[in-house]
Design a protein around this ligand. Structure first.
Ligand SMILES: O=P(O)(O)O[C@@H]1[C@@H](O)[C@H](OP(=O)(O)O)[C@@H](OP(=O)(O)O)[C@@H](O)[C@H]1OP(=O)(O)O
Ligand SMILES: Nc1ncnc2c1ncn2[C@@H]1O[C@H](COP(=O)(O)OP(=O)(O)O)[C@@H](O)[C@H]1O
Ligand SMILES: [Mg+2]
Length: 343
């Protein structure tokens, strides 16, 4: 049992408390898995061996991204250990998490999936690289980003700043774009957001509050922190529909389409633990993917930890099958080799 069923994990204490991790430890013990928290400040070699590494390292990766030497040292040590022990199952692989953290790259991956065939899209987006007004106008035009649009920080996770955004309604206030950032066309969706939580092949979705409908106008930029908008009990004035929008009929989400989104993005990002924010566009009924998160909160996910352990077990089994297959594939080639040697 020692090395074949040993899970190392790392998450911040805040995250561990929030998701009631003790429950998961109990389930692991019940199913004969040993589980322990990796100490990132100690030699990893001395804490091994383990065959699964489960983590939420987004904050540290984000700090590494901003040039923090300590974070960079930690992530390098983890990556080095993983590359020296390629049989470890990492949930989720660090390069894939990195790709997800960069909003522009993240939207580009969604855009390339071909989901548009199913009435699913990611709103038009572009990177705003400077405070040069003419250049910004050209970048928006090239990507067909329309007013109003949302400016989102390039890095999508790991700090308060990553969630500070603004909505820009016209050319006059383009100066409010906090370059460098991603600009994304605002999609009117009657202030309802769907969060899809993915754990391997299982998914679940919940309804959350979101931003009210906005239209191109001469109004000033609106700034907001996304954490005030789409948390389960958020009550922002930006989520209260204007009287003329109240009669817009609510479109109920089709679980089959949400499943298609979950399955496609899991494969596209090559990640098992993701959260996907989806809005349904009022005017077309199309499904717009506006955000993807690594290892989200899973608030409301039924039997969360059974699902998580099931995901781990199926990955361990898959890996064992591949290893068995490699061992048995060895035999025929050995026979051929022996045969050749004997002739
Ligand atoms: O920002 P969102 O889309 O509401 O999702 C957040 C987000 O993933 C957040 O992570 P981070 O950006 O702070 O790293 C998660 O925080 P925790 O790691 O503390 O759980 C939230 O749980 C996400 O919210 P949700 O689970 O509602 O998608
Ligand atoms: N393109 C968009 N159109 C309309 N509303 C959006 C769009 N993008 C984001 N939102 C709203 O803004 C909130 C925050 O944006 P999001 O990209 O999810 O940022 P974060 O990474 O901070 O969660 C979403 O929960 C949603 O309410
Ligand atoms: Mg979000």
């Amino acid at each position: 049992m020692y090395s074949s069923n040993r899970i190392a994990y790392w998450m911040s204490d805040k995250k561990l408390q929030k998701i009631n991790w003790k429950e998961f430890e109990k389930i692991c013990i019940k199913y004969n898995f040993e589980i322990f928290k990796l100490d990132l400040n100690k030699s990893l070699e001395s804490q091994g061996p383990f065959n699964v590494f489960l983590h939420k390292l987004t904050d540290i990766i984000a700090l590494e991204n901003q040039g923090d030497p300590k974070s960079s040292h930690i992530i390098k040590a983890v990556e080095c250990y993983i590359s020296e022990h390629p049989s470890i199952i990492v949930i989720d692989p660090i390069p894939n998490v990195r790709r997800l953290l960069a909003r522009y790259q993240c939207y580009s991956i969604i855009h390339a999936t071909g989901l548009h065939k199913y009435g699913i899209f990611t709103p038009n987006f572009c990177e705003i690289t400077s405070y040069d007004k003419e250049k910004t106008i050209q970048q928006l035009k090239d990507a067909n980003v329309r007013y109003p649009f949302i400016c989102k920080p390039l890095l999508g996770h790991g700090s308060k700043k990553a969630h500070e955004m603004c909505i820009i309604f016209n050319e006059k206030y383009l100066k409010d774009c906090r370059a460098p950032c991603v600009a994304q066309t605002f999609i009117n969706h009657n202030a309802i957001l769907y969060k899809i939580f993915v754990i391997g092949q299982q998914f679940y979705f919940v309804e959350r509050p979101s931003l009210k409908n906005f239209y191109e106008s001469d109004r000033k930029t609106i700034c907001f922190a996304s954490s005030d908008i789409s948390r389960a009990n958020s009550q922002s004035s930006l989520s209260v529909l204007d009287p003329e929008d109240i009669s817009v009929q609510e479109i109920k989400p089709n679980p089959k389409i949400l499943q298609k989104i979950a399955e496609t993005l899991r494969l596209a990002f090559e990640m098992d633990l993701i959260g996907i924010d989806v809005v349904i566009e009022n005017s077309t009924g199309k499904y717009g993917i506006v955000d993807v998160n690594a290892y989200p909160g899973y608030d409301g996910f039924p039997n969360l930890y059974d699902a998580l352990l099931q995901c781990i077990i199926s990955k361990v089994n898959n890996k064992n099958q591949i290893t068995d297959c490699m061992i048995s594939n060895d035999n025929p080639s050995n026979i051929v080799l022996n045969h050749l040697n004997n002739t």
